[in-house]
Write a protein that binds this ligand. Structure first.
Ligand SMILES: [Zn+2]
Ligand SMILES: [Zn+2]
Length: 214
């Protein structure tokens, strides 16, 4: 799979697009700027196979309804975020109104802890990593050696835990479990540049306490 990021919206969310040799695409976190994402899909003549959401925050899901209208495909999200992601509570004026709900028949609130998920011929594991939001997940694409982390871990940082449903203690456990992944794992997060797990272990202040504890 080739992996591309399109930074979208007021909070510059990384919309990740994974493309295989058959021009089939997986879209992770279509946060905003649907026309921008759509232009790329058109230009590359891609066939969207599915949408994966690292969590429900408005800046990660707001382009969904528009994209799905043109490129219908299953949308997967953790159940603990599915129940509010498309409600009026999930907005941040003036940047983001509440996200338009996608068609119910395409929304699957089943992105829970699991291994061996398949999409567009790629295998991925789902790691439940609550803390930033109750239904935050990290998506580990095995053959690509890549972890999509949403707002759980970011290069040099970690997601806030002071939003509704956030939990600092859950975040701590979630960050800790990421340390068991291969050090060379590429970290593709929800905001900012990509990194690797080994670089984060060396430099990310949010991981330091686990270092000394080891
Ligand atoms: Zn978030
Ligand atoms: Zn975010």
């Amino acid at each position: 799979m080739k992996i591309k990021s399109i930074p979208v919206g007021a909070f510059e969310v990384n919309c990740w697009i994974l493309v295989n040799q058959r021009r089939e695409a997986i879209i992770v976190d279509p946060g905003a700027d649907a026309p921008l994402i759509e232009a790329w899909l058109q230009k590359m003549r891609l066939h969207v196979q599915g949408y994966l959401l690292t969590h429900g925050h408005m800046d990660h899901v707001s382009a969904l309804a528009t994209l799905v209208a043109k490129h219908p495909a299953p949308i997967r999200i953790h159940p603990a975020d599915a129940n509010w992601a498309f409600s009026s509570s999930n907005q941040m004026p003036p940047y983001y109104p509440a996200p338009t709900p996608p068609p119910e028949e395409l929304l699957q609130a089943d992105l829970v802890e699991s291994t061996g998920n398949e999409m567009a011929g790629s295998l991925f594991n789902v790691l439940e990593t609550p803390g930033h939001s109750p239904g935050s997940v990290c998506l580990h694409f095995i053959n690509e050696n890549t972890l999509f982390t949403g707002d759980t871990i970011l290069a040099g940082s970690a997601g806030r835990t002071d939003f509704p449903g956030g939990s600092a203690s859950d975040m701590k456990q979630s960050l800790k479990r990421l340390l068991s992944l291969p050090p060379k794992t590429v970290i593709c997060s929800g905001h900012g540049p990509a990194s690797t797990l080994e670089d984060e272990i060396q430099t990310n202040p949010f991981l330091q306490e686990f270092q000394t504890a080891k």
